[in-house]
Write a protein that binds this ligand. Structure first.
Ligand code: ADP
Ligand code: MG
Ligand code: ZN
Length: 186
């Protein structure tokens, strides 16, 4: 078993990261590999069940934890071939060493995470994870204003909390031009 760090990222939400993560995990399961999916607690949208849910309703069984150490423990006990982590931008920097350790132990690690905040800044530990990745897939949504590829998350209201979790009621996928125009109109 060789280890691998496979990062799925996008600048905007609604780009299909969770959909792609679920698709890749399902493919590994078809290929007789075992897999475990993790997501931070704060990202638990749409459901109270232990699942991850994409914006178009695709669901997959997942464990909700904010602790990278818990992911490491789970891996030691259950030894899944594939470990997938969704919404990785919400984890602290401990995730970076954890992901490297998991890959060093031979796990195939799939990471999905938003690369930038609605302020246009690099998001959490995503810069480090992208730098350490063995493969990177960058996805795009559709700009809800003009229909061009969306590369940025636009916050509909100016931020009140440091990290605001939300869906379509709080964030839109926008291209750079429409993102800049929206921010100037505030
Ligand atoms: P992500 O994890 O990147 O936020 P998801 O995989 O959860 O994305 O959701 C992708 C789905 O969101 C698309 O297949 C589409 O059905 C839906 N969607 C809603 N708004 C948009 C948009 N503006 N651009 C692209 N897809 C959108
Ligand atoms: Mg997602
Ligand atoms: Zn646009």
């Amino acid at each position: 078993n060789y280890g691998w760090i496979d990062v799925i990222t996008s600048g905007s939400m609604y780009a299909g990261k969770t959909t792609e993560l679920i698709r890749r995990v399902r493919t590994y399961i078809l290929a007789k590999r075992t897999a475990a999916v993790f997501q931070p607690r704060m990202a638990k949208r749409y459901t109270e069940d232990e699942v991850i849910v994409s914006h178009d309703g695709l669901r997959f069984e997942a464990i909700h934890t904010d602790s990278p150490l818990e992911i490491l423990w789970y891996a030691e006990i259950h030894k899944p071939n594939v470990i997938a982590i969704d919404e990785a931008q919400f984890y602290d920097e401990m995730l970076v060493s954890t992901v490297q350790e998991l890959a060093n132990r031979g796990h195939y690690v799939i990471i999905a995470g938003l690369s930038q905040t609605s302020e246009g800044k690099p998001f959490g530990c995503m810069p480090q994870l992208l730098a350490l990745a063995d493969s990177i897939t960058c996805l795009y949504g559709v700009c809800v204003v003009c229909g061009e590829p969306a590369t940025k998350p636009f916050a509909l209201q100016a931020k009140t909390e440091d990290v605001m979790v939300g869906g379509g009621d709080r964030y839109e996928a926008r291209c750079r031009k429409c993102w800049l125009e929206g921010r100037r109109q505030r």
